[in-house]
Design a protein around this ligand. Structure first.
Ligand SMILES: *Cc1c(COP(=O)(O)O)cnc(C)c1O
Ligand SMILES: [Zn+2]
Length: 425
């Protein structure tokens, strides 16, 4: 199954002079180099391809700090030679310290990398869409699309609407209502497919070949993945150009953990941060944890799973970046952990109650994994930990609603409140 799709020159929409030129690609497996193209796999060996960076002069910390607070401030490590033409305002989400959570976990410090407030669609997927849509633009692919577990659908629909591009978006038919509404509101062609995410993804591979579409996580995946690196760049930048000792992130297809590792290595190589790079911990829900089991078992190939969890945004049974995700975690000295659905609901509540951040199920997975890793002694009292909170709680309210206390209803009378206050003391 190759997703190679190179539009014949006569079918191509003329490149505008402002279009960014994507970097060339090289194959991670056989090292062959290719011209920039909407192609996620090597046409020779079917290995994954990545953009080539030919760095001569790199900016200093001071130069970087003077740039706009978006993910494009790290342009030298993103796969275009020119400035972006779409999705210019994405990135630079808050990194907020969470001392009460640090106390509970028994570690020195904790920060939340808060992509639950990402512009424009309230998840980390805005980052990967930013790089993929600029690649689509450069390739003259004027229709974009994705296979999505929800957040990517929101992000593609929002960015495509702002850029004036038609979008074809495919999701599993039984997705959460908030993620359907949060996609349709932008006016894309949204299609609910009877099947799992993996069925949807397979369909989208065929669509990329059949139509001349830029499917962000299929034929544009090489450019999409580079957007994930910006989480790591921002963590280092926002900590004052240093590394935390550990980072915990949720895993779906495995792009985020893979690219966190790459980002830290790139900033270390550029001399922008010194010392040991962080241990990377990957988290999934028990009901769909093929990557966790792959890391823990060390078996040769990943065993695909059929998802059954409320963490729908992470429910990918056959993750695309399994090998690179495992390598990233192992090389960093980290580990992987899966939590139950009950634990992830507790994780959502603990984050909200200790830090004032309301995350969706994926963030609950991350927080619950942090508690478990602390319990196992994998996080220690001297650790400085960043939790990647990748999505917004208002998208998955059903996951916690039934676990929360009933809200009292009263008559508008002082005595009614007095009774309530008395009952709490
Ligand atoms: C997609 C997603 C992730 C991680 O996805 P990868 O495919 O592993 O990069 C994490 N959290 C949320 C909320 C997501 O939507
Ligand atoms: Zn190859």
């Amino acid at each position: 199954m190759t997703t190679a799709l190179r539009p014949a020159p006569d079918e191509r929409v003329a490149r505008t002079s402002r279009a960014p030129t994507p970097h060339q690609l090289f194959c991670l497996r056989c090292q062959l180099t290719f011209d920039a193209a909407p192609q996620a796999l090597c046409s020779t060996c079917l290995g994954p391809v990545q953009p080539v960076y030919a760095h001569d002069a790199l900016p200093s910390r001071e130069q970087l700090e003077r740039r706009p607070r978006t993910l494009w401030r790290y342009a030298e490590w993103l796969p275009f030679a020119e400035p972006p033409v779409v999705a210019q305002h994405v990135g630079f989400t808050p990194l907020v310290e969470a001392p009460r959570l640090a106390h509970e976990l028994g570690v020195a410090r904790v920060w939340i990398k808060n992509d639950s407030v990402s512009h424009p669609s309230l998840s980390f997927k805005d980052r990967v869409v930013a790089t993929a849509l600029n690649a689509a633009h450069a390739f003259g692919l004027t229709t974009v699309g994705c296979a999505s577990t929800g957040n990517l659908a929101n992000a593609v629909a929002a960015a495509a609407a702002a850029a004036g591009l038609p979008a074809w978006i495919f999701v599993p038919a039984d997705l959460e209502p908030a993620k359907i509404v949060g996609t349709t509101v932008y006016g894309p062609h949204l299609v609910r497919v009877r099947g799992t995410y993996d069925d949807v993804n397979r369909l989208c591979s065929q669509l990329a070949d059949r139509f001349e579409w830029g499917i962000v996580n299929v034929n544009l995946r090489a450019y999409y993945g580079e957007g994930s690196k910006t989480v790591g760049f921002e963590i280092v930048d926002q900590l004052g150009w240093r590394f935390p000792s550990a980072v915990i992130a949720p895993m779906a297809g495995g792009s985020l953990v893979t690219k966190l590792h790459k980002a830290f290595a790139e900033f270390a190589r550029a001399g922008l941060a010194d010392g040991a790079q962080p241990r990377i911990y990957g988290a999934q829900a028990n009901g769909c944890a093929p990557l966790v089991r792959f890391v823990q078992s060390n078996s040769r190939a990943l065993t695909p799973e059929r998802p059954h969890t409320i963490a729908r945004s992470l429910a990918i049974g056959n993750p695309a970046d399994a090998l690179t995700a495992r390598a990233a975690i192992q090389q960093s000295g980290g580990w992987a952990h899966a939590v139950t659905d009950d634990e992830l609901v507790v994780g959502i509540r603990r984050l909200a109650e200790t830090s004032g951040v309301f995350t969706e199920t994926a963030g609950g997975v991350t927080v619950a994994a942090a508690y478990a890793l602390a319990q196992q002694g994998r996080l220690t009292p001297s650790d400085e930990v960043v939790l990647c909170i990748t999505g917004n709680g208002l998208k998955t309210t059903d996951a916690v609603a039934s676990a929360l206390e009933a809200v009292p209803e009263i008559a508008p009378r002082l005595s009614a409140v007095e009774a309530l206050v008395a009952a709490t003391t």
